[in-house]
Design a protein around this ligand. Structure first.
Ligand SMILES: CC(C)(COP(=O)(O)OP(=O)(O)OC[C@H]1O[C@@H](n2cnc3c(N)ncnc32)[C@H](O)[C@@H]1OP(=O)(O)O)[C@@H](O)C(=O)NCCC(=O)NCCS
Length: 355
């Protein structure tokens, strides 16, 4: 087994190379390649993609998203989010995933965090014993329209088989389901990028230790991972969405920005990735976004925002469902930071802003 790591320079042009076309499965998408090499937090020597070869045959891969966190004393610590781990079915159970993990552990000096893992990945992490649990984030998923196609299949196979019919049913009944709740009149602006005013406003707001700022937000908006045109062939992770949009919403009072949020909408699913400033105004502006973008469902992992939404009583959801997002951290990384270190993750941290 041979493990090869690609940094920014080596990843550039990889998805259009001859080697890449010959792979039995794609280890990265073309959109992700471009995004990774523009990541302002990726150093020139950071390995962004590990490839495992058995002789000359590609057997698996492991993608990492480098990031930084800032300690209370201002010191910056570089780390990686485990992003895409895959071993070809022909090579499963041959200890390839652990070898990819050990390569990443070495490359990132043990500073690794992992979240939203599949059950098979979770078993693997537990077996290796490299990670320990961090706090779990609780979310609320709000349904504003009938969305049986999303709600039911996770529970039973029969629904998965009939997804097409569920979607047709949803579309039909949704003609008769209006958006509920009263609207307050706030002045707001939607924009595809940050201007100086918004950047100044964001820079004055409190942030968590990951503290993404204007530079990272530009990168996220300019280099998405989801194409609305074509899917990456033979790629396991998301590369395509029929509709996908990411935008800023700025709320004004007396011609000043008082609240701002970065949202994404993927096939009618709204996520508030980041919000800054007045929390109640953020919650009050959401019904307008829900109407404007014809939102079917919204997922919020932020307790404070969920409480503010509950208080405003709008937007009124037809149905709500609790969800969880688990995080794991490398044991040595946790030790370096101290047991009480609070990441206070926001919804968009890690690679969530991209999918
Ligand atoms: C999770 C994954 C990367 C593990 O890769 P791997 O190289 O097979 O890992 P291992 O060799 O340690 O084997 C994992 C387990 O699968 C078992 N296994 C053996 N043969 C297998 C086979 N043919 N198919 C599936 N699993 C098999 C192994 O016995 C091992 O069990 P153990 O925990 O009791 O040791 C791989 O299953 C995978 O790509 N899954 C799909 C993608 C995915 O879920 N990625 C994670 C995203 S967060």
């Amino acid at each position: 087994m041979n493990i090869v790591g690609l940094n920014k320079q080596q990843l550039k042009g990889f998805t259009t190379s001859e080697d890449f076309q010959k792979f039995p499965f794609a280890p990265i998408s073309s959109f992700r390649e471009i995004s990774h090499i523009h990541n302002p937090r990726a150093g020139e020597n950071d390995i962004l993609l590990f490839l495992a070869y058995d002789d000359d045959e590609l057997a698996g891969y492991f993608g990492i998203l480098p990031d930084d966190l800032t300690l209370a004393n201002g010191e910056k610590i570089h780390f990686g989010w485990l992003s895409t781990l895959f071993v070809s079915e022909n090579f499963r159970g041959m200890n390839i995933a652990p070898q990819l993990l050990f390569a990443a552990e070495k490359a990132y000096s043990q500073n690794l965090i992992v979240t939203e893992f599949t059950p098979s990945a979770e078993r693997l992490y537990q077996k290796i014993g490299m990670f320990e649990d961090l706090q779990t984030k609780k979310a609320i998923r709000y349904y504003f329209k009938s969305n049986l196609a999303e709600l039911l299949p996770s529970k039973k196979e029969v629904y998965e088989k009939n997804k097409k019919w569920l979607k047709r049913f949803d579309n039909l009944v949704n003609i008769f389901i209006p958006y509920l709740g009263k609207n307050k009149n706030h002045l707001y602006k939607i924009s595809k990028s940050t201007d100086q005013n918004l950047e100044k406003f964001i820079s004055r707001q409190q942030k968590n230790p990951i503290g993404r700022g204007a530079q990272e937000f530009h990168w996220m908006l300019d280099f998405p991972w989801l194409s609305t045109e074509k899917e990456q062939p033979n790629y396991l992770f998301s590369s395509f969405s029929k509709t996908y949009d990411m935008f800023w919403v700025s709320v004004y009072q007396n011609q000043q920005i008082v609240a701002a949020m970065l949202c994404s909408v993927r096939n009618g699913h709204l996520k508030v990735l980041y919000y800054f400033g007045n929390l109640n105004l953020t919650a009050e502006i959401l019904p307008k976004i829900i109407r404007k973008y014809k939102i079917k469902m919204m997922t919020i992992y932020d307790d404070a925002l969920n409480s503010a939404i509950a208080k405003t009583k709008t937007p009124k959801a037809l149905y709500k469902r609790p969800l969880e997002r688990k995080y794991m951290i490398h044991k040595a990384f946790r030790k370096k930071l101290g047991k009480d270190f609070d990441f206070n993750f926001t919804d968009g941290d890690g690679d969530f802003s991209f999918t």
